[in-house]
Design a binder for this molecule. Sequence first.
Ligand code: SAH
Length: 367
Amino acid sequence: MTEHTKVNLLDFDRQGLETFFTEMGEKAFRASQVLKWIYQGGVDNFDDMTNLSKSLRELLKQNTEIRTPEIVTQQLSDDGTIKWLLRVDSGNCIETVFIPESDRGTLCISSQVGCALDCSFCSTAQQGFNRNLSTGEIIGQLWVANKAMQCLPRYDRVISNVVFMGMGEPLLNFENVVSAINLMMDDNAYGLSKRRVTISTSGVIPALQRLKPLTDVSLAVSLHAPTDELRNELVPLNKKYPIKQLLAACKDYVEGAARRKVTFEYVMLEGVNDSPEQARQLVKVLKGIPAKVNLIPFNPFPGTNYRVSSQARIDTFRDVLMQAGLITVTRKTRGDDIDAACGQLAGKVLDRTKRQTRRNADESFRT
Ligand code: SAH
């Protein structure tokens, strides 16, 4: 990342910014002032920061910048969902999605360029992996989305919720994700409550354990299967962190936090994980865990062999869980006309894992 030499102020959370200012010989409260300008004021120009002295503004101009991802395209879905393709460096782009609902506006953000995990049903996985996003590139997605929506009169609602359900595995980019979360929840920045920020993870157990003392954002776990045998196939990370240990870590994460539940995501794949018998197995597996279940109809993408379960099959699956007392919601597919639905985000990834090349080679071998 030698493209930029100046310090990006978006890379600092409050603590980082306070340290930065005190090391410059400035008062720590400058951090709150600057946070307010950037995040609440949407300002990216030091001249507009009128409560800072002229000399401090000059100093900041010379040594720092407020660098946000750059919008390449903006697509609007018929259902109001917006998808942005954002350039983060000369070779890589990520995707961010805004989903308006009657009572909230959810921004679905990315944490990495591509993804290093290789879940068999996810289109991001096919793109391979390039790098972690910086704190500034993560929080910058909120900044850019807010700004872009100000120009769309239909979108008078602000971002009320954030979910790490875009590209990447947030718990494999730990430090930057935690700093970005700090900014989301900071009263001088976005001031979101912990219930309105959700990390979605495939289940990186050691990172979950590290997360607990640092923040208590909501947790969603991509389970997708009731047995290790099947989960190994769908979410290969399961071979390292199998279901039983993962669920123990989930239980530990919410323990002590009153009335909190873990949301378990379960993608509905026809003939793979959607039978009533598998629903009963899931009930057994989740026994004793403070759980909610989110059934996600599979969203197809080019090259996949999976198909989405029928509505009847999804309903039966849901009924089995509900009858066992598990709160179960079938997620509404949003923005699929612009490929903005779960698992359809692809961005533009300069793949460093050679996964794309390997996959293409495999395919030509088969034909
Ligand atoms: N790495 C994180 C975030 C991934 S995306 C995680 O694994 O949780 C958020 C959710 O979308 C995950 O539950 C993911 O498994 C799911 N998903 C991925 N591909 C999908 C697809 N094609 N259809 C529906 N959901 C999908």
